[in-house]
Design a protein around this ligand. Structure first.
Ligand code: 13P
Length: 265
């Protein structure tokens, strides 16, 4: 069984005061759910607020925090960059890599994503690799080819063992921030294709890797997506800024894992 994971990606939102309120409302709502176990919740905060988030989440059951990006360099004269070891110093558990907003605006290619993944693994952090097709790719019938290629190229220089901590996030670009989401069957099909791509490397990598869905995920559509056998949680943008919605999405991931466990017995 893969432990469901729901990560809130705050993107470039928030400030000290609103973050504090958001975190305390969220923890009040989600604390009992997390304490019953079987799921994990993460927050991908803007870098200046990582410490604030760390202070609030530290010591809490099943909570992780992480960055939205990381440098592909180790250390040195790279003004403005943040290294994987610095993230480790702030006790981050993960970093997003290859988010479509960074691919589109900061020329983050698959090979840059690959180097970032290696830096994170060297530092002992979990890379959350984001993959996803554009609307054009989907309409041209090449969504699966594009997305599986993003995965293959990002893992190209890694052994199966070193790739094993990775989490994948399937985020169709056309679904991000648009209010449109992949249908449960289309999302399931893509997650299964990603798992199949991983199985070409190793069966263990395929069966252990968590593949989470992102793109206009809300408390109203999460349940049916989380019911799909290859969807192991969510990467939540807009709805993670509202503690009520985000706590509901986290709770729904737990319900779906409980029902999956009971049907597998
Ligand atoms: P939305 O949930 O706002 O569509 O954002 C998804 C996303 O990009 C999470 O990384």
């Amino acid at each position: 069984m893969r432990t469901p994971l729901v990560i809130g990606n705050w993107k470039m939102n928030g400030d000290m005061v609103s973050n504090e309120k958001c975190l305390s409302d969220l923890l009040e709502r989600v604390g009992p759910t997390l304490e019953t176990g079987g799921i994990e919740m993460g927050i991908a905060a803007p870098a200046p607020y990582l410490f604030q988030v760390a202070v609030r989440l530290k010591g809490r059951a099943a909570c992780v925090w992480g960055s939205q990006d990381v440098s592909d360099e180790g250390s040195g004269a790279f003004t403005g960059e943040i290294s994987a070891f610095m993230l480790k110093d702030f006790e981050c558990g993960f970093s997003l890599v290859g988010h479509s907003e960074r691919r589109a605006r900061h020329a983050e290619t698959n090979s840059v994503a690959s180097r970032k993944i290696q830096r994170l693994i060297e530092a002992g952090l979990i890379p959350v690799l984001c993959v996803g097709e554009s609307l054009e790719d989907r309409q041209a019938g090449r969504a699966e080819v594009v997305v599986c290629e993003q995965l293959r190229e990002a893992l190209v220089s890694m052994s199966d063992d070193s790739a094993s901590p990775i989490v994948l996030a399937y985020e169709p670009v056309w679904a991000i921030g648009t209010g449109k989401q992949a249908s449960p069957s289309d999302a399931q099909q893509m997650h299964a294709a990603l798992r199949e791509t991983l199985s070409q490397r190793s069966d263990a990598l395929a069966s252990n890797t968590r593949i989470i869905y992102g793109g206009s995920l809300t408390a109203s559509n999460a349940a049916v997506l989380f019911e799909q056998p290859d969807i192991d949680g969510g990467l939540v943008g807009g709805a993670s800024l509202d503690p009520v919605s985000f706590a509901s999405i986290v709770a729904l991931s737990q319900l779906s894992s409980v029902s999956a466990a009971s049907t597998s017995h």
